[in-house]
Design a protein around this ligand. Structure first.
Ligand SMILES: [Zn+2]
Ligand SMILES: [Zn+2]
Length: 348
């Protein structure tokens, strides 16, 4: 078979790779669409890969072409999205259902061969079946959609509340949609890009605020009678948005950090004290799994893409490129800010 193989730092090529038959309990999926994730960039352009050669790609969907011995719940022809985490299921964290805490895990697309390939092998339990209403492109968005939803679960989200989403990237757009699906009274999206804010409005944000405006904080507070927001979801991982959360979270509210920071974050004493005074809770959110594995994050994503309540708008996709052009796809990330939205690799 063919695959986009990473041979060394900054050396990714469309090349031959040994074909396989699925092992016991495993399914073989013909990849149809696989997204490039922000976490793939340091693996390809930097030193973050665990070993070489490796096939990356963990945001994918396709059709099952073969099932291994003992597979009962998945059949040939099923349309599936892949849940990439392979927790050990034996350690104490796994037994408690805290799969993201497992330290003995595999991961399709970093530790195991991923979906930048014509075919990918997946444990039966990691294949999420979706129906005909859901496109393969939506299937490739399951992973980011579940990451966003897990953040809401991690924050013990309740409806009838005012929500702020910091960052209008795809995770932010998905978190905004989930907050609406789960009954938010209003969702306000914050970003510096008017195009992303317009996208947020089209997909259901009640308000948008461009944080380039010098008075953005006053605008935000005016929306909540000066209280701040009951739930604030940070999705950009930037020091500025992380600090913004401390300004915007209401008394007794919850601030949930989904974005992964890559730089130090420095707080003034005054800003930190807001957390003390307002007694809001701050939590992180990591990956997208809960018990029973892989969790309702995944089944709800299949359900709400199926009903049309969770939406993938075309402008969330920056470009579609054939898998054979994988090297060109990663080249596009060399210019900072050039890629806006998701690049999807296709295998038709
Ligand atoms: Zn990812
Ligand atoms: Zn474990």
């Amino acid at each position: 078979m063919k695959a986009g193989v990473l041979y060394a730092k900054d050396d990714i090529r469309y090349a031959d790779w040994p074909d396989f038959t699925p092992g016991a309990g495993m399914v073989k999926v013909r990849m149809r669409v696989c997204g490039i994730c922000g976490s793939d960039l340091p693996r390809v352009l930097g030193d973050a890969a665990h070993f070489y050669p490796v096939i990356l790609g963990h945001e994918f969907a396709g059709e099952v072409v073969e099932v291994g011995e003992g597979v009962e719940t998945i059949k040939v022809g099923d349309r599936v999205a892949g849940a990439p985490l392979m927790p050990c299921l034996k350690c104490e964290d796994c037994q408690k259902g805290n799969y993201a805490l497992c330290r003995h895990y595999g991961f399709v697309g970093s530790r195991q061969p991923g979906a930048f390939a014509e075919y990918v092998e997946l444990p039966e339990r990691n294949a999420i079946v979706f129906n005909e209403n859901v496109t393969f492109e939506q299937g490739a968005l399951f992973e980011p959609a579940t990451v966003a939803l897990h953040g809401l679960f991690q924050a013990d989200f309740r409806g009838a509340t005012d929500v702020a989403v910091l960052g209008g990237g795809n995770i932010g757009i998905l978190a905004m949609q989930w907050a609406n699906i789960l009954g938010a009274r209003s969702v306000t999206v914050f970003d510096i890009d008017d195009d992303r804010l317009a996208l947020a409005s089209r997909l259901g944000a009640a308000n948008t605020i461009n944080t380039k405006d010098s008075d953005y904080l006053e605008q935000a507070m005016a929306l909540t009678n000066g209280r701040g927001f009951d739930f604030v979801f940070e999705t950009a991982g930037q020091p500025v948005t992380i600090k913004m959360g401390f300004d915007l979270t209401a008394g007794k509210g919850t601030f949930c950090c989904i974005g992964t920071p890559t730089r130090p974050v420095e707080f003034s004493a005054e800003l930190w004290e807001k957390m003390n005074r307002r007694e809001f809770k701050v939590t992180g959110s990591w990956m997208s799994y809960s018990a029973p594995f892989p969790g309702r994050e995944w089944t709800l994503t299949a359900h709400y893409f199926g009903t049309g309540e969770l939406r993938l708008e075309d402008s969330m996709v920056f470009k579609r490129m054939p898998l054979a052009n994988i090297a060109d796809a990663f080249d596009m990330y060399r210019i900072p800010g050039a890629v806006k939205g998701k690049i999807l690799l296709t295998n038709d």
